[in-house]
Design a protein around this ligand. Structure first.
Ligand code: GLC
Ligand code: GLC
Length: 646
């Protein structure tokens, strides 16, 4: 049910006078601020109302919740610090700022990278050296002691984990980062709270209103009915999606761990309160929120409860509230699902940014197979998104690698998805003979044969095996693999995101097995403490760290200098060679051609490719600084070649 224009207008004209009475003092003292609010409300209310109505019109107290939401938005806007209100205005004028080739992202855990927030503050010079403009700090809020899924079980969105610092420090850090040209990115873990969040504690104490914040069932009837269609996300931890809590003698929906309770967004109060938490983070100075586990936020009996239409409506509603009360705020979706579903979250009115899990998985797929057919097809058919949005391209993050390519796409290339995933899991755990990789399985599910992969970029790319068991030649190949896949992320279009530690070739750290709070979760193998002695070698060209770091810096420096790397228009080159991926980036004055050789053998490409895609006779090798004529192109093993028409 979608409300008519007249119903929408009536609702707004009934609500505005009530807001005016309520905020009369403020409107008088700060008329300009208040008028800005009203202008934005009028602009975005129709969208917000339309969605809210679709989600909640069946509630007996619909209008109460709607008014409560608008009051929250007004309060949050009025308490938004001046510098952030100024940022809002400037971002409204320049909405595509994040499509620039100047953007470079980094992501880390506060404690593992620098101890605490003060430590992160002290690393700002390093972030600048690396050229970051976007810094994602992994969850840093209050969490249960012991197991807390690396911070993804939040007990309070308003309290920094005391071991890491305080809210005041976070606010100062956000502002310092901004002054240094770096946008702070945090997670909004909004699918679930921890079982120690005050809502959950009240629910456990028997409070029915708080029990309505979650999805809680008196017996197994509904859980059994739902589970007929659900995928198991963390089967190692508990089967199915529900956990029994004897304190209340009830079953709680827990998609992930038992201590992560899924919120019940069919209750409008949950939406309103989470909107308030979200805007509180925006007012601290967070510029991008990574929306965690977006696929799971709505449930519907008889479906797999992932990627439902209402999940999209909810995010769009959050987006509309941000446009009204904190317009500078952007969303990045974390949808690690089928590629058909990933793109549905990407829209200026939903998530402006999205992880690109397909590119990530296929970069590793191509390294293992030495063939670019799946990658090529994905870039041709699945890379294009709304031009006001951007992919966030990455090779590793704190999570496992899931082989989320489409089976239908694979079938077109005569690849069997099931066996190919099995091969990739064998390859990246090193079980496959001759594999260069050293990874671990994550959440291997004997019932379905499904598994995902943990491991650092360097260990998966062969560096661990090469350093420990092989020769300098294999070390060189591993370094080339690392630079090749990062090179693609830096040039293909969108925001490149570096998982900090990868830029110096950090290897797997198996010591997590000694910590009972981590031992069961292999993802900790790629979440080590930053080794600052290793970092100290980053400018030594003779060290492995230096070779990787300097290589990445060269790639990032090149990205900065060429306007062709703006935005994400890309043309894929038909190289005619199964091992070589080629693509073109185009600016007004230049065509930049990128050729990458995924094999350990030399490859030669015919000269006509240059003429056909480069439209010129003279070229410059942007990494080698040499002029090259339009003759056959020789690619060395695992080469990453960038040539521009001149
Ligand atoms: C996200 C996080 C992951 C976490 C899960 C549950 O996918 O990236 O680390 O386990 O959500 O919050
Ligand atoms: C996310 C992803 C899933 C991943 C999990 C834990 O929600 O959707 O693929 O394995 O978190 O890392």
């Amino acid at each position: 049910m979608i409300p008519t224009q007249r119903q929408t207008q009536n609702s707004l004209s009934r609500l505005i006078p009530r807001l005016q009475v309520r905020f009369a003092d403020h409107a008088q003292a700060y008329p300009q601020e208040w008028n800005t609010f009203l202008r934005r409300l009028e602009e975005h209310f129709p969208r917000l109302f339309g969605i809210y109505y679709q989600l909640y019109a069946n509630q007996y107290d619909f209008f109460y919740h709607l008014e409560d939401l608008l009051v929250t938005l007004a309060q949050m806007w009025l308490s938004r610090p001046d510098d952030l209100q100024a940022l809002d205005a400037s971002r409204e004028k320049n909405p595509d700022w994040f499509l620039s080739n100047q953007m470079l992202g980094g992501v880390c855990y506060v404690d593992l990278f620098a101890g605490d927030l003060a430590g992160i503050q002290g690393k700002i010079p390093y972030f600048k050296e690396l050229g970051l403009t976007y810094l994602h700090l992994m969850p840093l809020f209050r969490v249960p002691q012991g197991e807390n899924d690396g911070g993804y079980a939040v007990s309070s969105y308003r309290e920094v984990n005391p071991a890491l610092g305080s809210m005041q420090q976070l606010l100062e850090l956000a502002s310092d980062l901004r002054q240094n040209g770096i946008s702070l990115v945090l997670d909004l873990v909004f699918n679930h709270t921890s079982n120690e969040h005050e809502w959950a504690l009240q629910a456990i104490a028997g409070d029915e209103d708080n029990q309505d914040y979650y999805r809680i069932f008196p017996d197994r009837t509904m859980p059994d009915a739902y589970e007929k269609h659900l995928r198991e996300i963390f089967p190692d931890e508990h089967p199915g999606a529900f956990t029994y809590f004897p304190e209340i003698n009830k079953w709680v929906w827990t998609t992930f761990h038992s201590y992560q309770w899924d919120l019940n967004y069919s209750n409008p109060q949950v939406f309103n309160r989470m909107a308030e938490e979200m805007l509180t983070l925006a007012n601290v100075g967070v510029e991008v929120l990574r929306l965690d586990a977006v696929a799971f936020i709505w449930k519907q009996l008889g479906t797999n409860c992932e990627n439902l239409p209402e999940a999209h409506l909810l995010i769009q509603a959050f987006n509309a509230t941000a446009r009204i009360a904190a317009p500078a705020l952007l969303f990045k979706s974390e949808a690690i699902v089928h590629p058909d579903e990933v793109v549905k979250y990407i829209h200026p009115e939903e998530c402006q940014l999205s992880y690109n899990p397909l590119l990530m998985a296929l970069l590793w797929e191509a390294l293992a197979t030495r063939k670019v057919s799946l990658l090529n097809q994905a870039l041709r058919e699945r890379f294009k998104i709304n031009s006001e949005c951007a992919w966030v391209n990455y090779v590793r993050c704190h999570d496992d690698i899931g082989w989320t390519f489409s089976d239908e796409d694979a079938a077109h290339l005569d690849i069997n998805g099931y066996y190919h995933r099995k091969f990739l899991n064998d390859f990246y755990t090193g079980r496959f003979e001759g594999s260069f990789a050293r990874g671990l399985t994550f959440q291997e599910n004997p019932k379905t044969g499904d598994a995902r992969i943990s491991g650092t970029c360097a260990s998966l790319a062969g560096l661990e095996k090469a350093v420990r068991e092989e020769t300098a030649a294999e070390v060189e190949l591993a370094i080339r693999r690392i630079l090749l896949i990062h090179g693609i992320c830096l040039t293909i279009g969108g925001i490149p995101l570096i998982y900090l530690g990868d830029e110096i070739g950090t290897l797997n750290d198996y010591s997590y097995r000694d910590d009972p709070a981590k031992a069961e979760d292999s993802r900790w193998v790629h979440r080590p403490f930053a080794d600052w002695e290793k970092y100290a070698r980053r400018n030594d060209p003779a060290s492995i760290e230096g070779r990787i770091y300097q290589g990445l810096r060269r790639l990032a420096g090149m990205r900065l200098q060429h306007a062709a790397f703006n935005g994400q228009e890309v043309q894929i080159i038909d190289t005619g060679n199964p091992h070589v991926l080629g693509f073109v980036r185009i600016s007004a004055s230049q065509r930049v051609l990128i050729f990458t050789n995924f094999s350990e053998q030399e490859q030669t490409l015919p000269a006509y490719l240059l003429r056909l895609y480069g439209l010129s006779y003279q070229y410059e090798n942007l990494l080698g600084g040499k002029t090259v004529p339009a003759v056959d192109i020789n690619l060395s093993p695992l080469d990453f070649l960038v040539i521009a028409s001149s």
